[in-house]
Design a binder for this molecule. Structure first.
Ligand code: PEP
Ligand code: MG
Length: 953
């Protein structure tokens, strides 16, 4: 920072102390009571200005506003917006996300112009507060925080109390008349700055964060007779804190070889660089990958005047939600810690108190908070998650953002806000992330099993649902063990470094921390079951044991947790289906008795009014089809007939067919399969009750049906009464180097037409039988892996022949279609030719991705994660459609297919059909339907409605 501004600061030393003059009484906080203006709907004229890197907010004015999230990040934009609507926001400034991009592209340096703009903003803050940055008599201190466009809780870095050094701390002592408070701020600053900026962090093999280890050592020396876990940070007095500061500085010197910086401007520069740099730290990258946040977005840096929740018992820091983020209930929900700074609440170091108790302890602040709560919802029309500080009785707002919530809460809040006329029903549909609906379908504990289970502890219900698994106490181990079976991650408290273990675990259990602790926030967002703050638990990381009273659990033992009630149980407790599943699938719960079902049904009803895409299901069993229809499927989009070949004894007939040397031999074997196949289709047509069913002829390579091991081959030979050599030889003949590119798909039906004939006959005979029962049927026969029009032509000929024969024989009319899968690039190129025979196209995007990218859908796991971290591919293309490559192929096929047959029916049946971003893409392409697994049908319904809404806007 420039010398000029340093000079200016000296002058500021004479200015009056806001802390001294700041009202330390209820009277003054009354005077400062917030006047809440009428909602202005957040409209403002603020616009990004060329060359402006820094946006100021304070004193009711702001350069930015709530709509500028891409440039100012979510936090910066909302700080500006709260300032504009008159909420009590300490002044500050936001450095834009563009600077972050510049920083990372220019070898982690800052643009030249930034210094001056930062200094100008500092001067405005100094004027506003009458304090000076670096002032010895009345120092201005800053909080430096990250803030990306979408919030990434805990993933990046924060530094509080910046500006303190051995001299300015004296100024803080003087203005606050509170020595302990001043030194507490100073030690916190060294601790955060030392960690985040100077990299003094836990080394491999260490179990405790190094600064925390120094604190523990000092606590034990100061209070030798008290157990360590009973000594609070607040028990350390000013002289102990001074000693702590000396030890902290020593630690920094030992670990980094450098002295802790004392120049506030150098401190600020270091903090800004560290926050920008944290955009590229490992946990932020993992988080971005999971939530598809582009690296280009970058983070903003918010520098804001400190307010203090740790001046004594008249001060506190808290986090609150305008509604309960776990259940969605409209209650004021949150927690706070008296005499603490904000990070203490989120870090879960002490378990905070529920916000309701603030009513007794600080009634005025509580009233103001209630006003703020209402004002925020009125203004943002969304559930808000906000941070506040009460400094000597006066309320300050430090942040607000749309609150993360569970799937259950998302549905409840959206539906109830419509009733409260805060939003429209269309907005409600757009508010619930489609993926989150899966949380409404997740299991709960079986009622009987839970009655008999041994409850060992309880904590805070932080992420709903039921989870059971083997317990592990560190994230790496939990991740490794998760490949062998279900695991629970059990920690004293979690930190952002644990993200991989949290992702891998079924559920998360912590001994400390509240409902807004890191564990709780992240678990909710991931839809993980979570219980936190179960303080009866004592974890010994060294021994790998968990003690609860006189019970000891070793790592690898089973525990069960209920994230809806907060209970913890010993052992493995049986789970039961969710209420929605009980109503729709099991039919064991009356819909009127389930409030959750009522909310779900309302939302889905609205979604169905909006969507244009139809939703079908990939299912090949009558019960799967029935489940999918209960979830709202409008037909079967893919029945993989090969799955039926594995059931019961029929695999023997399949194997006999494969081993047969002659056409007659094959026909004999195939004839044995016909009644089975027909039975399957009868069941499916009945379950569909008039809805269409796309049934695909046999697709996988034949070797998949033959036994691999010598013993199994001998067994089969004996069963079929053939020499074992014959079986072994056939297995060898069918071996393929690239099975996915060999004798499969329509190539099978062309090489062995008797297989196709049997399947076509089974479909039509079943259709005729069910039709005769008075049930409508709509079979759609689908030919897989077509690349040449002639392939389709040959298979369609068989379909037409058999249809003609059977309709004549039974004297019936059959309403059926015949079409093809589009799953290899050649099919896309010659789609106009293929459409001459095909009445429909169904995109097999699993194979189309594999063949377009030349990547094996089975083996790409070995390099895809690496490709994703290098951002060669942003998302797993087998989960989310690669819109440019595979999507480009689909576009070509659609255009060319429509040239020949303008009314051609178009669908998708690859796994992408149930993934929200891909559903949106399919909507944009103008497909008729998407098809997905039964439990993803609700997700696809909602995603399709959201895609239609996006069109409208
Ligand atoms: C596909 O390839 O997308 C498809 C649905 O077929 P399968 O997954 O059975 O190959
Ligand atoms: Mg396929």
């Amino acid at each position: 920072m420039s010398k000029k501004s340093k000079k200016k600061l000296k002058k500021k030393d004479r200015q009056t102390s806001i802390l001294k003059s700041a009202p330390n009484s209820r009277k003054s906080s009354k005077k400062a009571a917030i006047k809440l203006p009428a909602d202005r709907n957040g409209h403002s004229e603020a616009k990004a200005k060329k060359g402006r890197l820094v946006y100021f907010f304070g004193d009711g004015r702001a350069d930015g506003d709530g709509k500028m999230k891409p440039l100012l990040g979510g936090k910066g934009a909302n700080l500006a917006e709260m300032t504009r609507i008159g909420l009590p926001v300490p002044p500050g400034f936001t450095i834009t996300t563009e600077v972050c991009t510049w920083f990372n592209a220019h070898g982690k340096t800052l643009p030249k112009e930034l210094d001056q703009q930062v200094n100008d903003a500092i001067v405005r803050i100094e004027k506003s507060l009458g304090k000076g940055f670096g002032s010895l008599s009345n120092p201005l201190l800053f909080a430096v925080r990250s803030g990306a466009r979408d919030s990434m809780p805990g993933m990046m870095d924060t530094i509080l109390n910046l500006g303190l050094n051995d001299e300015t701390v004296q100024g803080l002592v003087a203005v606050s008349a509170n020595e302990r408070f001043a030194y507490d701020c100073y030690r916190r600053f060294i601790q955060m700055y030392g960690d985040v900026v100077m990299g003094v962090q836990t080394l491999p093999g260490e179990h405790h964060e190094p600064f925390e280890a120094v604190i523990s050592e000092l606590k034990q020396q100061v209070f030798p007779k008290r157990p360590l876990n009973e000594i609070a940070d607040t028990d350390l007095d000013a002289s102990s804190l001074k000693e702590l500061i000396v030890r902290f500085k020593k630690l920094v010197r030992e670990r980094t070889g450098r002295d802790f910086p004392s120049d506030p401007h150098e401190q600020l520069r270091g903090a800004i660089c560290a926050v920008f740099g944290s955009w590229m730290n490992e946990r932020a990258i993992v988080y971005r990958q999971k939530y598809n946040i582009p690296t280009e977005w970058g983070t903003a840096v918010n520098v804001q005047a400190m307010v203090f929740g740790n001046t004594g018992t008249e001060s506190c820091s808290g986090v609150a939600f305008t509604r309960d983020p776990a259940t969605g209930e409209k209650v004021f929900y949150g927690e706070y810690l008296i005499n603490a700074q904000g990070e203490d609440v989120v870090a879960g170091v002490r378990t905070p108190d529920p916000v309701a108790t603030l009513q007794e302890k600080m009634p005025q602040a509580h009233r103001e908070l209630e006003d703020v709560r209402a004002a925020l919802e009125r203004h943002f029309h969304e559930m808000q998650d906000f941070e506040f500080t009460v400094e000597n009785g006066k309320l300050f707002m430090l942040q607000t953002r749309n609150g993360k919530r569970t799937g259950v809460a998302a549905v409840r809040i959206a539906v109830e806000m419509v009733k409260e006329k805060l939003i429209t029903w269309q907005q409600a549909v757009s508010r619930v992330p489609a993926d989150q609906l899966s949380q409404l379908l997740t299991p709960i504990f079986d009622r009987k099993a839970i009655k008999n289970a041994e409850k060992i502890a309880s904590g805070l219900p932080a992420g709903p649902g039921a989870a059971t698994g083997r317990i592990y106490f560190n994230a790496n181990e939990a991740e490794a063990e998760s490949h062998k079976g279900k695991v629970l991650l059990v920690r004293e408290e979690t930190s952002p470094e644990d993200i991989r273990g949290m992702l891998a675990a079924e559920g998360i259990l912590t001994a400390r921390g509240g409902v807004s602790s890191h564990a709780a926030l992240v678990a909710r967002q991931m839809g993980k079951v979570c219980v936190c703050g179960a303080n009866a638990l004592h974890i010994d990381y060294h021994k790998g044991i968990l003690t609860v009273g006189d019970r000891i659990f070793n790592k690898g033992d089973f525990l069960s947790i209920d994230g809806t009630s907060g209970e913890v149980y010993a052992g493995e407790v049986k789970t039961a289906p969710s209420e929605i599943v009980q109503v729709l699938i099991d039919k064991t719960l009356d819909p009127k008795e389930s409030a959750t079902y009522g909310l779900y049904a309302q939302l889905m009803g609205w979604a169905d009014k909006l969507r244009r895409l139809q939703i079908r299901t990939n299912a090949d069993q009558p019960d799967q089809v029935a489940n999918a229809v209960a979830f709202g499927a409008q037909g079967v989009g893919l029945c993989r007939t090969e799955h039926m070949f594995f059931e019961g004894d029929r695999i023997d007939a399949v194997r006999e067919m494969i081993l047969a040397d002659t056409k007659e031999g094959r026909e004999n074997a195939v004839a044995k399969l016909l009644p089975y196949q027909k039975g399957d289709f009868v069941g499916i047509f009945r379950s569909l009750n008039g809805l269409p069913a796309t049934i695909r002829l046999l697709d996988p390579p034949l070797h998949e049906f033959l036994p691999n091991t010598k013993e199994q081959q001998a067994e089969l030979a004996a069963k079929l009464n053939v020499p074992v050599e014959k079986v072994t030889r056939r297995v060898a003949e069918l071996h393929e180097f690239n099975p996915m590119l060999g004798l499969r798909g329509c190539r099978l039906g062309i090489t062995f037409p008797e297989i196709s004939r049997m399947q076509i006959r089974a479909i039509f005979e079943a259709a005729i039988e069910v039709q005769k029962e008075g049930v409508k049927v709509k079979p759609e026969i689908m030919i897989p892996l077509v690349g040449f029009a002639k392939e389709l032509e040959l298979q369609v000929q068989l379909v037409r022949e058999i249809a003609a024969e059977l309709t004549k024989k039974h004297n019936v009319r059959l309403n059926y279609l015949v079409g093809t899968m589009i799953e290899i690039p050649r099919a896309c190129v010659v789609a106009d030719d293929i459409a001459k025979e095909a009445e429909f196209f169904s995109f097999g995007t699993n194979d189309l991705t594999q063949t377009t990218l030349g990547m094996s859908r089975d083996d790409s796991g070995s390099f895809l994660p690496g490709y994703q971290s290098l951002e060669i591919i942003k998302q797993n293309p087998f989960a989310t459609i690669d819109t440019t490559g595979v999507g480009g192929m689909m576009k070509m096929a659609i255009e060319r297919g429509r040239k020949t047959r303008p009314e051609i029916k178009l669908g998708i049946c690859g796994e992408h059909g149930g993934e929200p971003a891909s559903v949106k893409f399919c909507h944009q392409l103008g497909l008729t339907y998407v098809s997905c697994s039964p439990f993803r049908v609700p997700i696809a319904r909602l995603a399709a409605a959201q895609a239609a809404l996006a069109d409208a806007s």
